[in-house]
Design a protein. Structure first.
Length: 296
């Protein structure tokens, strides 16, 4: 039985997709074709989720163990076999224990981003997908009500960035946890990739193309892009999945980078979020034993 011996466990909008595509270039590392199977988080969730487009996203989740195991067929010869599901960190209360129970004490990679920027990136991501309709400040105000109504975790703009408890759970559950900052990955992806190769005990100096940035977000510049990005439209969602199968992801990312635009976050909202996350960031600094001044 072939199963992962390391997991990229989160968090979304923090570089996990880029890491997935960078690490899989190493000849000794294998990933399944499907990023985000979300098997270990699905175990503790109630379906279907109730937010716009959530049902289509639910369809992509692998919810039985036999299907999960089949994802790794053909990877038997790899030294390191990975899995990447960016919601495991948020759903730490049940996903960490399930990961440990099924996979054992595997190596864990966590990618974290300034929680203020992560919140806005998650908002921009749902805006891109034609799912979010509220201005950012109103969406933040609606968060508690949405989550109480069983919307998918991507709508948890603020709660998704409260990392301290999430990271502590993984550090308590697993003996080898590597935390990567999105800001460091953006600044020097080659250095971060080499660090991760060393963490995974594979040859460090393997050439990796890190020129592509993955998972762009923002508002569509034209109606065609808006339609194809729509996750709440079954036909558009199917066409999007087909495009992902037929075209290299790097080409799609270049198209997305030219087709999406972002507005700056309102300064007042940014200040409010900084205050909201301040104490949690301090807790995380103490937990990791490192300064997170870049977020403050």
């Amino acid at each position: 039985m072939t199963l992962p011996n390391f997991v990229i466990a989160g968090t979304a909008r923090s570089g996990t997709t880029s890491l997935y595509y960078y690490l899989k270039q190493h000849p000794d590392i294998g990933f399944p074709k499907q990023k985000e199977p979300k098997y270990f988080s699905s175990i503790g969730l109630t379906f279907p989720h109730a937010g716009p487009g959530d049902r289509n996203v639910d369809k992509l989740m692998v919810r039985d163990f036999d299907s999960y195991q089949k994802l790794f067929d053909g990877l038997e010869g790899k030294v390191r076999i990975g899995e990447a599901s960016s919601d495991y960190l948020y759903h730490h209360a049940h996903s960490a224990a399930e990961l440990r129970r099924v996979l054992g004490d595997v190596q864990i990679i966590l990618c974290l981003r300034n929680p203020v920027d992560r919140a806005y990136s998650a908002y921009q991501n749902l805006l891109r997908d034609q799912r979010e309709t509220l201005p950012f400040a109103e969406a933040l105000a609606a968060e508690d009500q949405r989550m109480a109504a069983n919307w998918d975790w991507m709508w948890a703009y603020r709660q998704g960035g409260l990392y301290a408890d999430q990271v502590e759970t993984f550090m308590r559950t697993f003996s080898k946890v590597k935390v990567v900052l999105f800001e460091d990955l953006e600044k020097d992806p080659q250095a971060i990739v080499r660090e991760l190769f060393e963490f995974l005990c594979v040859t460090r100096d393997v050439p990796v193309d890190t020129s592509t940035r993955y998972s762009h977000s923002g508002k569509a510049r034209n109606r065609l892009v808006a339609f194809l990005s729509n996750r709440d439209n079954t036909m558009a969602f199917a066409l999007r999945r087909l495009a992902l199968k037929l075209l290299p992801r790097s080409i799609l990312e270049r198209i997305a980078s030219r087709s999406l635009e972002k507005e700056d976050m309102d300064a007042g909202v940014r200040g409010e979020l900084r205050r909201y996350f301040r104490d949690d960031i301090t807790r995380l600094e103490n937990l990791l034993g490192r300064s997170l001044a870049v977020w403050k």
